[in-house]
Design a protein. Sequence first.
Length: 456
Amino acid sequence: MVEIKGRRKKNQKSLNVWMNGVLVGTWTVFKTKPQKFQYASQWLEHPSRRILSLSMPFRPQNLPYEGDVVESFFDNLLPDSDKIRKRIQQKFAVRNSSPFELLAEVGRDCVGAIQLLAEGALPDGWDTIKAKPLSEMEVEKQLKIASSDTFLREDAETFRISIAGAQEKTALLWHDNQWCLPLAQTPTTHIMKLPLGLVGNMDADMSTSVENEWLCSKIMAAYGIDIAHCDMDTFGETKVLIVKRFDRKLSKGGAYWLRLPQEDMCQASGKPPSLKYENDGGPGMTEVLTLLRGSSVSNQDRRSFFKTQLIFWMLAATDGHAKNFSLFHEVSGTYKMTPIYDVLSTWPIMGEKPNHLSWHDAKLAMAFRSNSNTHYKLKDVYPRHFRAAAAKLGLAGQIDSIIEDILLATPTVIRDVGAMLPEQFPLRVAETIFAGLEESAVKIQRAESATRRENQ
């Protein structure tokens, strides 16, 4: 990596923020003062300029941002899991697990377009493809490295990626019809997610999370929701979900991969990842739909977001928090929603047995609000709350067609997605999810029929 001259000051450290070879700004942390981010003056004049976050728009005189809003933005680039953060700390022998220290090591390939490099370093080679082809055995090794507490120093130079989320995962490059380890500044193009195993305080068995998420993605797509494309594969004995990154795009000539600017809803609202759930103080439907009023396709995004919430209820998809919704930042200064991602149904683990989630405890990440009432728990959410929430959120004019779309589509969704199931797909996953969808659609249909009778 090329070094440029730079002088380090006592009691402070900085990382430069780059996007596709262009310096965007500098993130600085101090020993005794709030941390700071300031856009680079040349970025403000660049044809590709755009804000890093809705929480940090351009300011007159290019005044810097300080404090929590800065820390929250960069903190959200890291994995949510404390366990995974500790693992990164140990692998790189850094002094603590602060966002700055960790991103100084793994910020070379973040979510979106951001690259974080040390002062004096240039992202040379960002517009070329440098990669090491991997055999199936070598891919499996990379997957094991991602989830292992043991780490060889020779692996360190290739482990420079940061992927937000709570799940064990890594990322690789698909190039020349084979999996590769990206080198230097070449980005990854696909995320590989390992099975979750036992999760939560109740040790719910999510060992089939790969199949579960694959099925949910096909269901969401069949309902007309834009969702990240994914496939299942096995390397050696390791099963993974392979998710195509929508924040990567091959250049027109095919010579290199572009990183596309995006941020999640926690970043956009200036909230730390610890507040990703609405019940903890994070963004809910109201906050997200307010942000989406500024979208370049506002009506489409707002409708899609609310429709997604109804389907989450049908799927018992309880983890649709703010970090699972993101925005693309466009050159014109506008923004719009990215495809959604990370959808998992809890129907396969619903029950009162050990390693199951009780129906009485299952709750959504974002509440349906009607007048003064707030409804998180699945058992407390009824179809009538969809209409009340829509009215409260300024979507009363769209709720009829949203519900009609879902009811008309459900039988076809179940039939068409059911026909996609590969051999040896775990039956319990498919049967419980399809049954949950069907039962939920019946509840909505009954509620709609009752409403029509009342209005006659």
